[in-house]
Design a protein around this ligand. Structure first.
Ligand code: 2BA
Length: 109
């Protein structure tokens, strides 16, 4: 068995959960925050049998779109008053960031 940890954008999470559950996958949704943008995103935990891994990955790939977001970064050089004013930067945020891990044991008590 494998555990898929998929970090996706909030906008994609509802559709992704529905698509996965329609195909019989069990999903747990966590409300998470990205370290760089410090904005909300969604992390899904999906436990899958080996033979269903590719199907789950393909649903994630098809459903999650990458988007551009504006963030701010501190200026690398000080301004005339010695401050470091933040300036806007454009970043492309996933698709999905996906980790696949081996599961040693899976039990429900
Ligand atoms: P955030 O950390 O908020 O990052 C949002 C987007 O900002 C990233 O999109 C990337 O395009 C950009 N970014 C991140 N760190 C950067 C940096 N040091 N300099 C410049 N740009 C940077 P994604 O790569 O698609 O990541 C989306 C979210 O997935 C991340 O949100 C984070 O929550 C998670 N993530 C990505 N890689 C990860 C990793 N190796 N481990 C854990 N979480 C990860």
């Amino acid at each position: 068995m494998k555990l898929i940890i998929a970090i996706v954008q909030d906008e994609d999470s509802g559709k992704l959960m529905t698509s996965l559950m329609n195909e019989g996958f069990s999903v747990t949704k966590l409300a998470t925050t990205g370290g760089f943008l410090k904005a909300g995103n969604t992390t899904l935990l999906i436990g899958v049998d080996m033979d269903k891994l590719e199907q789950a990955m393909s649903i994630i790939e098809k459903t999650c779109k990458s988007r551009k977001q504006i963030s701010t970064a501190p200026s690398p050089v000080p301004n005339s008053s010695g401050g470091y004013l933040p300036y806007p930067v454009e970043v492309v945020v996933g698709g999905a960031t996906v980790f696949v891990m081996d599961v040693d044991q899976f039990k429900k008590f």
